[in-house]
Design a protein around this ligand. Structure first.
Ligand code: G6P
Length: 755
């Protein structure tokens, strides 16, 4: 309110000052003018009065009848404007005078004053003007006197003063009224312009694109907008730098962020793998949770945000569970969001999923020494299926600017395809696997198409800065694009994509945490079920049966450790959970057989009686079963040869609320960049990995606790809600900035490059 008043005063004070100056200049001028007009008027009247008196005065003078003259003069002086009349005789004295004519005024003085430029004198009754009128001879009478007698008229000027006072009053009243009216008009105009300006500036900041109408961006804002663009970008960079490792992310906070920063917009997730698979077996329909890092990470986010998840319906009973729109509400026991299933023919699945995605892109991006295979037919299927997913996104979108979260290498073309149909959409794409260097990526015959597809995103996320750098270098190598390394932005045909690292994580705390059996009970159960000795040291590996996971290298290290430390034979056991995956592919089948051979070899070498050092559990395990294993284990071994992040190590840490257990972690997993208290190994170096497993087996409980506490802090603080929260708040800011830029572009400003 105070600010508003101050603002109004800024308009009013100069106006008031201008009015005072105007009055100061105008009043004396007007007074002077009125006096001149009245003087001229009086002179004309004086001549008339003198003419009227002339003959009677000469007659009275001829008869030397002064009394008659006095009567004549008094009568005439009754006119309000004639103050007095006198007759100066030829002797120079006053021969006759009206009553008001001052006795002290001599003829000489009167005549002299009348001849002046300003013929005024001041008498006790007020100012008077003097005029002299010589009498001339007439036909009937002759004066015959020398010098000629003269009539002296004194004109009352007080009426001029009265009128001048009135004029001054009117003028002041007029100027005051005028000033007031002008001030009101000025205020109104200023108010309307100010409001419009502020509305325009606000709209500009919000990024609303209103080309016409009262909220359209005003031309006078155009230069400001240019400045604004640079400042916004700068502030955004500063904000991100200053934000640092934010903590305290929960599902509630994520929901709040969606509401406040993205105006409660609907979230659409699109991925190949679905979070819940309905399968049919002898007992009926069974729900299965797939072994997938992607699903582990995204599912809790979807539970927090609701919305729709579009995915391939791959279960044998999936079609039986959906409604007419191919939707089913999940989680099945407590529905919180909608799963929209996409149906693929076996040929489509073969070409798109097994072929292009898993025989081509997967080995291309994981430098795990398996040759990528690229077939034209697979590419065609990949393109067609990506189009199907993009169409489903457009169908599901209820607004023209939904927030779309595109997941992984199966759907690299989806961002650009969605962008074509929904140009205002905010598309966040997350690449869950590593991005290789440009030389490796250059092997892909459709590298340009993949890059352009991904650059339809608003934000493209990777797990690590290293992968972002590889991506930017790949773009630089293969397509025409403007790259702003400082801001991590790639622009293709003026469409910008922000490239950023968002290390993915898991849910913390886990919703079932309170139901977990104690670590002692879990150990007891596992030992009993798998027939381990009571004093067993349990090592654990949990993976999909994938050649990138370093399972062979891990088993080789276990073998080497038992070789080097015979005292652990009969005591150390290693449980490898390996969920079958992509088993129709030769590479995967061959890999599974290789692992089975190695496990048998080790068991043959070091096993005795019922002691088998390696237990291979090549079947799907649900989360509850995994938790039991994690809590029973002494050591968890993650030896990926190349891994975007790896969430097994985080799940292991999250499950160990007893602060015991040791993590052995490959330096080639993205997680190694965060989990420094693990024993970090190079899985290609068998000796080093064997020594690390041995060290873990011998580690004191105190050291385990120290390391585990620190690891748990990391996983708790950098949980999956923070991952999603960072992406979504970056998206909100990016969306705002993009809108500002869009408006600036619409108003034809030159390209701004002062970033
Ligand atoms: C892992 C990777 C994900 C990938 C998933 C695919 O979790 O980290 O990036 O999407 O495997 O597994 P799938 O069984 O769906 O082929």
């Amino acid at each position: 309110m105070l600010g508003y008043l101050r603002l109004q005063l800024r308009f009013l004070l100069p106006l008031a000052a201008a009015m005072v100056v105007a009055a100061y200049v105008a009043l004396p001028l007007i007074e002077k003018l009125t006096l001149r007009w009245f003087t001229r008027d009086i002179s004309a009247r004086a001549a008339l009065v003198a003419n009227a008196l002339h003959d009677s005065t000469i007659d009275a003078l001829a008869s030397r009848d002064a009394r008659r003259l006095v009567l004549l003069f008094d009568r005439t002086a009754q006119d309000e404007r004639v103050f007095g009349i006198g007759l100066c005789g030829s002797d120079g004295g006053v021969f006759a005078r009206s009553n008001a004519f001052p006795a002290t005024l001599s003829c000489a003085d009167a005549k002299q004053t009348a001849g002046l430029g300003d013929p005024r004198i001041t008498l006790p009754g007020g100012a008077v003007l003097i005029s002299r009128h010589p009498l001339a001879a007439t036909e009937n009478s002759e004066i015959g006197l020398e010098p000629t007698p003269e009539l002296i008229l004194l004109h009352d000027l007080s009426f001029i003063e009265r009128r001048s006072l009135d004029t001054r009053r009117y003028l002041i009243a007029f100027l005051a009224t005028l000033g007031f009216v002008v001030a009101i008009i000025t205020m109104l105009v200023a108010q309307i312009s100010w409001r419009g300006w502020i509305a325009g500036a606000r709209a500009l900041l919000r990024g609303d694109v209103v080309p016409v109408g009262p909220l359209a961006v005003r031309p006078e804002l155009a230069p400001l907008a240019e400045e604004l663009r640079g400042r916004l970008r700068q502030l955004e960079d500063e904000y991100r730098r200053a934000r640092g490792p934010e903590t305290g992310w929960t599902p509630e906070r994520l929901r709040g962020l969606l509401h406040s920063e993205l105006r409660g917009d609907e979230i659409i997730v699109v991925s190949n793998r679905e979070p819940y698979i309905h399968d049919r077996d002898q007992q009926g329909v069974r729900v299965r949770r797939p072994a997938s890092g992607l699903v582990t990470a995204i599912e809790p986010v979807m539970r927090a945000c609701s919305g729709t998840w579009i995915a391939h319906g791959s279960g044998t009973a999936d079609r039986d569970m959906v409604d007419l729109d191919d939707r089913v509400s999940v989680p099945p026991d407590h529905p919180m969001y909608s799963l929209r299933r996409i149906w693929l023919t076996p040929e489509e699945e073969q070409g798109y999923y097994y072929g292009f995605a898993n025989e081509g892109l997967w080995p291309l991006c994981h430098v795990a020494h398996v040759r990528p295979v690229f077939r034209e037919s697979d590419w065609e299927a990949y393109r067609a299926v990506n189009q199907r997913f993009a169409d489903a996104v457009v169908e599901e979108a209820r607004t023209e600017d939904p927030v779309v979260l595109v997941q992984d290498y199966h759907l690299a073309l989806v961002p650009a395809l969605v962008r074509e149909k929904l140009p205002q959409a905010t598309i966040l794409t997350f690449w869950h696997i590593p991005w290789p260097n440009p030389e490796s990526f250059g092997i892909c015959p459709w590298r340009r198409e993949i890059l352009l597809g991904l650059l339809g995103s608003t934000i493209l996320g990777f797990h690590t800065k290293f992968h972002c750098k590889n991506f930017l270098e790949t773009v630089d190598r293969f397509i025409e694009a403007r790259i702003e390394h400082e801001h991590s932005v790639v622009a293709v045909a003026e469409r910008e994509t922000f490239i950023e690292s968002y290390p993915i994580s898991i849910e913390w705390p886990h919703p079932t945490e309170g139901e977990w059996a104690s670590p002692a009970d879990c150990r007891h159960a596992v030992i009993g079920r798998l027939g381990f000795p009571e004093h067993a040291i349990i090592g654990l590996g949990v993976d999909r049966f994938d050649y990138t996971k370093g399972i062979v290298e891990r088993l080789n290290a276990v073998e080497r450790m038992l070789e080097k430390h015979p005292n652990l034979r009969g005591r150390f056991v290693f449980v490898q959970v390996a969920s079958p995956t992509r088993s129709t592919l030769d590479e995967y089948r061959a890999f599974q057989q290789q692992v089975e051979r190695i496990a048998s070899r080790i068991n043959a070498r070091f096993g005795s009686g019922c002691y088998q050092p390696v237990v291979l559990l090549a079947e799907h395990h649900d989360h509850g079963q995994l938790i039991e294993l994690y809590r029973a284990a002494d050591i968890c071994v993650v030896t990926s040869l190349h891994d975007g992040m790896n969430l097994v190590c985080k799940e292991f840490v999250a499950s160990r609320d007893d602060e015991q257990g040791v993590l052995v972690l490959s330096r080639f997993a993205g997680a190694a960049r965060e989990m420094h208290e693990a024993l970090i190994v190079n899985p290609y170096h068998v000796e080093e990995t064997a020594d690390a497993i041995y060290r873990a087996a011998r580690m004191s409980s105190g050291e385990q606790r120290e390391r585990m506490i620190s690891l748990r802090h990391t996983v708790r603080d950098f949980n999956v809600f923070r991952w999603a929260g960072r992406m979504l708040s970056d998206a909100a800011r990016w969306r705002l900035r993009a809108r500002v830029e869009e408006r600036v572009r619409k108003h034809g400003l030159p390209e701004f490059d002062g970033r």
